[in-house]
Ligand binder design. Structure first.
Ligand SMILES: [Zn+2]
Ligand SMILES: [Zn+2]
Length: 213
């Protein structure tokens, strides 16, 4: 079954994100979910790709702070999250390297390959543009600058459906980056001095984590 929807496509470094009609040519495979995106944050990492700082394959659909509702599941491991669940999407991980097995998927041996350089466009395309040209579909395991995203179940975190899911996307990158820096990297405690430069999602999350540390 194919599914047509709109996505922000980045075709070349320094190009604008162009909203285009795209076609998803596949149903979720085992271990994958199809998510109707309700909202997505814009992170500096998305912009870094545009500035050639990354070597991510293009053309691509970026976006790695997506949130929405699961509309189809491929079943299989990790897909206890099911149709109708609200989810926040974060980074992808392999699930079987030593760090993934040790509950540290952020240090997955395949982190760069899966998130920054993976998801190379395939022929025949899983995700294609209106002319049938393949687009890289799995930026950070989600490519959420789109109305729908085919995601790894490993990076979908179920959230309370009573919450406004369209606002929750930055929890998937900016908030965990800012809070994680204070709680896990600095291990800040009461009385420790802390300077936060910038008050976007990362900075505000750092302040919130510090205030509760
Ligand atoms: Zn980010
Ligand atoms: Zn891993």
């Amino acid at each position: 079954m194919t599914r047509r929807f709109r996505a922000a496509v980045l075709r070349g470094y320094e190009d604008p994100f162009a909203v285009e009609d795209v076609v998803l040519h596949t149903e979720p495979a085992p271990g994958e979910l199809l998510v109707e995106i309700a909202g997505a944050g814009m992170c500096r990492t998305d912009l870094a790709v545009r500035r050639s700082a990354g070597r991510s394959p293009l053309p691509a659909v970026l976006g790695h702070e997506g949130a929405g509702v699961v509309v189809a599941s491929g079943g299989g491991p990790g897909t206890e999250t099911g149709v109708g669940d609200s989810v926040v999407l974060s980074f992808d991980s392999c699930g079987h390297c030593r760090n993934c097995r040790g509950a540290a998927p952020a240090y997955c041996d395949s982190f760069a390959a899966l998130n920054l350089f993976g998801g190379r466009a395939q022929e025949p395309p899983r995700l294609g543009d209106a002319d049938g040209k393949a687009l890289a579909p799995r930026w950070f395991g989600q490519s959420s600058f789109a109305e729908y995203a085919l995601v790894s179940a490993r990076n979908a975190v179920r959230v309370d459906p009573a919450l406004p899911v369209e606002l929750l996307g930055p929890l998937g990158c900016g908030f965990l980056t800012g809070a994680g820096a204070v709680l896990n990297t600095f291990r800040a405690g009461p009385g420790d001095p802390l300077v936060v430069l910038g008050a976007g999602a990362v900075g505000l999350a750092a302040v919130m984590a510090a205030s509760g540390a």
